[in-house]
Design a protein around this ligand. Structure first.
Ligand SMILES: Cc1ncc(COP(=O)(O)O)c(C=O)c1O
Length: 383
């Protein structure tokens, strides 16, 4: 059943062995009508589940009224969403810039830090993954990505090991514009920063006049059980990026910034044709409503916490990384083999840059029963 890409598509993606025709909640339905339990969440995008009726209705309603107008025309959805994000974000984050993807959000965030500090250097982390634009590849860990950035003429970031306070101290000096950190590293198998490390980064940035930037593209929008990772760790960055799950399935990116980073921003300093369009903003507003109304942050903490505990009890699980619904199961065997064995049970999971870590990133609406089904499937494969 493994799918091969049609000749007109570049073969750059590894694909799961199904062709999806519909989805509901935590389930995907394939062309044969089989249901697959989605513990990959459409790559951390299906925040409130696949095709949540409220999100679908908000999209349809907005599309029928006005499908699109650029930022040349003010729109209530854009303004309401900016207010809603700032209301949920820690201070001093106070302003929002909308774009269309995670890489674009990070690119703009880096641009703002470089603009304000008039410096170019960036410190980022080994194991960090920030996107596929030239500037974000330069901050992403991995020889292949760094080679791409170098070919594009981008200066590479200084990379330090996760939670290594001394290395971070040594890397940050007065040439550094930004310290860019994923508080929980998604692609790296949900390896988590400590609150101490993030607090240290905050102090170093302040001491050296650099900006602290959180990439919350994967770990934000409630995935850790709090709306932002910054809230979970009790450390406020100068800016944070969001994307993936923010509009529950429509493309969107957002940079939330402190006033101090943008107090001299001028017309035309940033821009995006599609950023903050009425339809993705309607989807994001509906998604935020569902998160609140259905108690999805509490669900993420409770069900994610129980799932992590159960998985930690399996003999083949060496460690469980991450929080909420961004979990990395470090196994005694290759995660790819386990992922493939789970396909046999019609269960979707992710792998990570660490060959032995299986990544779980289900919708935040994943129920206790669905988590039990997932756990039983994993236990069966690892037995
Ligand atoms: C932490 C993180 N940052 C940035 C990105 C890039 O996002 P996008 O693919 O929307 O450009 C990703 C994508 O997986 C990510 O996980």
């Amino acid at each position: 059943m493994l799918t091969t890409p049609p000749p007109a598509l570049l073969p750059v993606y590894a694909t799961f062995p199904l062709r999806a025709v519909s989805g509901h909640g935590s389930w995907l339905v394939d062309e044969d009508g089989h249901e697959w339990l989605d513990a990959y969440g459409g790559h951390a995008v299906a925040t409130c589940g696949h095709s949540h009726p409220d999100v679908v209705a908000a999209i349809a309603d907005q599309a029928a009224r006005l499908l699109f107008y650029s930022t040349a025309v003010p729109h209530a959805n854009r303004e309401r969403l900016a207010d809603a994000l700032i209301a949920r974000a820690p201070k001093p984050l106070a302003k929002v810039f909308f774009c269309n993807s995670g890489a674009e959000a990070n690119e703009n965030m880096l641009m703002l830090a470089r603009r304000k500090t008039k410096r170019s250097g960036v410190v980022s982390l080994l194991g960090g993954w920030h996107g596929r634009t030239a500037a974000t590849l330069a901050c992403t860990d991995g020889a292949k990505y760094e080679a791409s950035a170098r070919r594009a003429g981008m200066p590479l970031s200084r990379k330090v090991a996760l939670n290594d306070l001394e290395a971070l101290t040594a890397a940050v000096d007065d040439t550094i514009a930004a310290i860019l950190i994923e508080p929980v590293q998604g692609f790296n198998g949900a390896r988590s920063c400590t609150a101490e490390f993030l607090g240290h980064a905050r102090r170093l940035a302040d001491d050296h006049g650099a900006k602290l930037l959180f990439d919350e593209v994967q770990c934000g929008t409630g995935r850790l059980g709090t709306f932002t990772a910054a809230e979970l760790f009790g450390v406020s960055p100068d800016a944070l990026s969001m994307a993936k799950g923010l509009a529950a399935g429509l493309p969107i990116g957002a940079v939330l910034v402190a006033d101090s980073l943008v107090d001299d921003i001028a017309l035309g300093d940033l821009g995006s044709t599609f950023g903050g369009g009425p339809v993705p903003c309607a989807a994001a507003l509906a998604n935020l409503d569902v998160i609140d109304r259905e108690g999805l942050l509490a669900n993420t903490r409770d069900v994610g916490g129980t799932l992590a505990c159960h998985c930690a009890g399996l003999e083949a699980v060496q460690a469980v990384h991450g929080r909420g619904f961004l979990l990395g199961l470090e196994l005694d065997r290759p995660a790819r083999d386990v992922q493939a064995a789970l396909w046999e049970q019609r269960v979707l999971t992710g792998t990570s840059t660490d060959a032995n870590t299986l990544r779980l990133l289900p919708p935040l609406s994943f129920s206790a029963d669905e988590a039990e089904l997932l756990f039983q499937a994993i236990a069966k494969v690892l037995a």
